[in-house]
Design a protein around this ligand. Structure first.
Ligand code: ZN
Length: 333
């Protein structure tokens, strides 16, 4: 029987629940989930007073193999795909028509509007799944992925894609001084991405353990002006600090999203120093391919703790501890 992790009632513990095998409908596929990551966002959703849906299956970044296909689906059994936070887009709005579905105004998001991927199987529309393209030079993958690789690839669907998207959105051509603000789930990846692209990386985080992690990944403590900044925390103070530290003509890229965050920035300061603010969800399709390459070449090594499905209810509480910088990656098999 398929099994999933479900939140059944607000503010209660999640449970491992057996479900029925449901055949995929038109345009849908059934995936066998090889790995699914859990991060701070999942924790936030699971602990809301009024969760967006109940029962709630979390999990918005995963890797899986197609087991069955519904009528009209183009994926084939055996195809390996990345499951990303975007579950579907309308195909009609300006963003969709501009090939930028991640900013679709009618998007549905996995683990929020539809079930997430945290279970042995996921039946989902194939529309927003991304076939895993192997970088040049990589041998065809075995039928069953090694655990570590499956876990690392799961992060390509969300966290690493976001980190690569945010660094690339800076549009830096030459090696630069890049500040990373916040060294958590996305930040510790952004440090590695910026380093892999040849930048000198400076990091800041109030937590000494996270700063130690940043140093171990090759970042220096932030001590002065930078050419560009990636803000990987919803903290509005971090954004203000980043803007303050930018050199003239500098660029800042935002990833953390806080529903209540409001920023006090001087318009004159932005204009007179010629600063650029970039923001966006996830990254482009090219950024996603790059994130897969970074994993296969070992240039990015995510911090993660591998757990089984049965361990999730107990280990989920580790995410509450903001000091845990990485992801809990669940291997459901
Ligand atoms: Zn749309």
């Amino acid at each position: 029987m398929p099994r999933v992790i479900q939140l059944l009632k607000p503010r209660e513990a999640v449970e491992v629940v057996e479900t029925r095998h449901v055949p995929p409908l038109a345009g849908e596929v059934t995936l066998r989930i090889e790995a699914c990551a859990l991060g701070q966002l999942d924790w936030n959703l699971l602990t809301l007073d009024a969760p967006p849906r109940l029962p709630l299956v979390p999990g918005h970044e995963a890797v899986g193999v197609v087991e069955a296909v519904g009528p009209g689906a183009t994926l084939r059994p055996g195809d390996r795909v990345l499951v990303t936070p975007l579950a579907s887009s309308c195909g009609q709005c300006a963003a969709c028509r501009g090939h930028d579905a991640r900013h679709c105004v009618n998007a549905s998001w996995r683990g929020v509007h539809v079930d997430g991927a945290l279970g042995t199987h996921l039946v989902t529309r194939e529309q927003a799944l991304v076939p895993l393209e192997l970088p040049l030079g990589v041998e065809p993958l075995p039928e069953v992925l090694p655990r570590q690789l499956a876990a690392a690839l799961a992060l390509c669907g969300g966290s690493l894609w976001t980190a690569v998207g945010a660094v690339n959105a800076l549009g830096l051509i030459n090696p630069s001084r890049v500040g990373i603000f916040g060294v958590g789930g996305v930040g510790h990846l952004a440090v590695q991405v910026a380093r892999a692209l040849g930048h000198r990386v400076f990091a800041t985080d109030a937590d000494p353990d996270r700063m130690a992690l940043a140093r171990s990944l090759g970042a220096e403590p932030l001590d002065g002006p930078v050419d560009a900044a990636v803000v990987c925390t919803p903290s509005t103070q971090a954004l203000q600090q980043a803007v303050r530290l930018l050199r003239a003509g500098g660029r800042v890229s935002l990833t953390g999203s806080s529903p209540t965050g409001r920023v006090d920035l001087s318009v004159a300061d932005l204009v007179w120093r010629g600063l650029t603010l970039r923001s966006g969800l996830l990254g482009t399709r090219e950024d996603l391919e790059e994130s897969v390459s970074l994993i296969f070449t070992g240039k990015v090594k995510p911090i993660m703790e591998l757990v089984s499905l049965d361990e999730v209810p107990a280990r989920l509480w580790a995410l509450r501890d903001l000091g845990f910088p990485g992801r809990l990656v669940v291997l459901p098999a």
